[in-house]
Ligand binder design. Structure first.
Ligand code: GLN
Length: 492
């Protein structure tokens, strides 16, 4: 049962071929046997999940229940869950139990989803490796052929990606600020969707960079993501940036096809040192779409090269402001000291890991008087130019196709010591985040070492449906079905 897709499980539950209790039990068992190796979960809630599964079976027996009734999911530990510890993978929130539910998880619960636990991440979602977690790194369930080296799952939603890839859950929530859904999805051979900024409410999601953060689904395929996104999305008056537009039935867009669709290939994404395998896969993706009736068109996004540097100014500035609240007075852990200043200092030093401290320092720097105009304001202006690049490209084409990441998963001990080298991982994902447009990653093939590689589709504002349609054509052509070395098969 752990090898079903979420969509197949929905159908089997509705037809009463399987029960929610069986489905949840086999996934709880998978977590129990694999989490020691993978460390995808910070907190698990097996009993609570089992109780919820019984309630789901009662509804399903009456032919009732929401879109995701009885479906076992993981929740990135950045979404506040009422009564269930929520840590952001940080020591400063190690014992934080929220008294309320985030909008996205509340939406999922009201559609009948069942949460098996809270998934690991880079501390406060800052990273691309999931190695900055205060609860230990996550290990990618994939291995290079003939090697035991432990690989990173990507980040920051690495626990969610690894949990889905390893068969511990049928889907999981992620958040994406600069690539945190798409890059781990690519590293773990699964599908992830970053919707348009404003599509999902940020209420109750612990903030990293408020003008970029966006929740989205991670699952084995596009149909799974379509059902999850429909449940997660929607207007919420508690988030002033959430957008009041009807949520489409994304699953209905899957089989629209791409006949006559124009697919933009951004020239600037042809990085000179891109591995040849990734280049070849990209060509393959273009060919798949062409064969299905789409027309590839070369386009230019001239400000692409400013994406990373401006992202790492805007995101860090916002992070430094958002994380100011963790001062040991109102929230989280406190280290006692003789004066108030000393208390702040000691608390924040003990509570935050190295990467988070680095980002708070840089963010504070670019916002400080004298540097605000030179860095922050300038970055905001460049951000507008990046956004205009996309708007003018979308006058000519319907979607853009690019690789998701410049490499496959790398080993834990291959993580560069220079943080800037790690930031380069986000080169293909950050521009869409800066513009706020939707983007997804789907597994398109394996590299020579047997590791999954992802392709990215980027779309117009609120046009996730076209992404699902184009993605589905590629998904069928790719026929990606390989399972990772660590994969739980129980109860089937
Ligand atoms: N890797 C990027 C960063 O470190 C993106 C993180 C994210 O999307 N949350 O900021």
């Amino acid at each position: 049962m752990t090898d079903m897709t979420l969509a197949a499980a929905r159908r089997a539950l509705a037809a009463r071929e399987i029960s929610a209790v069986e489905l949840v039990d086999s996934h709880n068992k998978a977590i129990e046997s694999l989490n020691g190796d993978v460390n995808a979960f910070i907190t698990t809630t097996p009993e609570q999940a089992r109780e919820a599964a019984k309630a789901a079976d009662t509804l399903l027996a009456k032919g009732e229940g929401g879109l995701l009734c009885g479906i076992p999911l993981g929740v990135k530990d950045l979404f506040c869950t009422n009564g269930v510890r929520t840590t952001a993978a940080s020591n400063i929130l190690r014992d934080f139990v929220p008294p309320y539910e985030s909008a996205v998880t509340a939406n999922l619960l009201s559609e009948g989803a069942i949460f098996l636990g809270k998934t690991n991440l880079d501390e406060f979602a800052m990273g691309s490796t999931n190695l900055t977690s205060a609860f230990g790194g996550v290990t990618n369930p994939w291995r290079r052929s003939g090697s035991d080296a432990k690989l990173v799952p990507g980040g920051s939603s690495g626990g969610s990606a690894a949990a889905v890839a390893a068969g511990m859950v049928l889907g999981a929530t992620g958040t994406d600020t600069g690539g945190s859904i798409r890059q781990p999805a690519a590293f773990c051979g699964i599908t992830g969707v970053k919707p348009t900024y404003g599509r999902c409410s940020r209420f109750g999601t612990i903030a990293f960079a408020s003008s970029l953060d966006q929740a989205g689904p991670m699952a084995r395929n596009l149909e799974d993501c379509a059902w999850m996104l429909e449940a997660m999305a929607g207007f919420d008056k508690r988030d002033s940036t959430s957008v009041d537009r009807p949520v489409p039935r994304y699953a209905d867009a899957l089989e629209r096809g791409v006949k006559g669709m124009k697919v933009g290939i951004p020239r600037e994404y042809r990085a000179p040192n891109m591995p040849r395998e990734i280049e070849a896969l990209w060509e393959q993706g273009i060919a798949w779409l062409r064969e299905a009736g789409a027309e590839p068109v070369e386009v230019s996004l001239p400000h692409t090269k400013y994406g990373l540097p401006t992202y790492y100014i805007v995101a860090l500035a916002e992070a430094s402001s958002n994380l100011a609240r963790y001062d040991g007075v109102r929230f989280g852990e406190r280290v006692k000291a003789d004066s108030l200043d000393a208390l702040y200092e000691a608390t924040r030093h003990a509570g935050f890991g190295e990467e988070v401290r680095r980002r708070i320092l840089m963010g504070t720097y670019v916002l400080s008087s004298g540097y605000y105009d030179a860095y922050y304001l300038r970055a905001q202006k460049v951000r507008t130019m990046i956004q205009r690049d996309f708007l003018s490209a979308f006058e000519k084409v319907d979607v853009l196709l690019t690789p998701t990441a410049p490499s496959a998963a790398f080993a834990h001990d291959e993580k560069p010591t220079d943080p800037v080298q790690v930031y380069l991982n986000d080169v293909f994902t950050v521009p869409a985040s800066m513009a706020g447009v939707p983007a997804l990653s789907l597994p398109a093939g394996l590299d020579a070492q047997g590791l999954p590689l992802g392709l990215q589709l980027i779309g117009r504002y609120f046009d996730e449906e076209t992404l699902f349609a184009a993605g589905r054509v590629m998904e069928k052509a790719a026929g990606f079905s390989t399972r990772p070395a660590l994969f739980a098969e129980f109860g089937a």
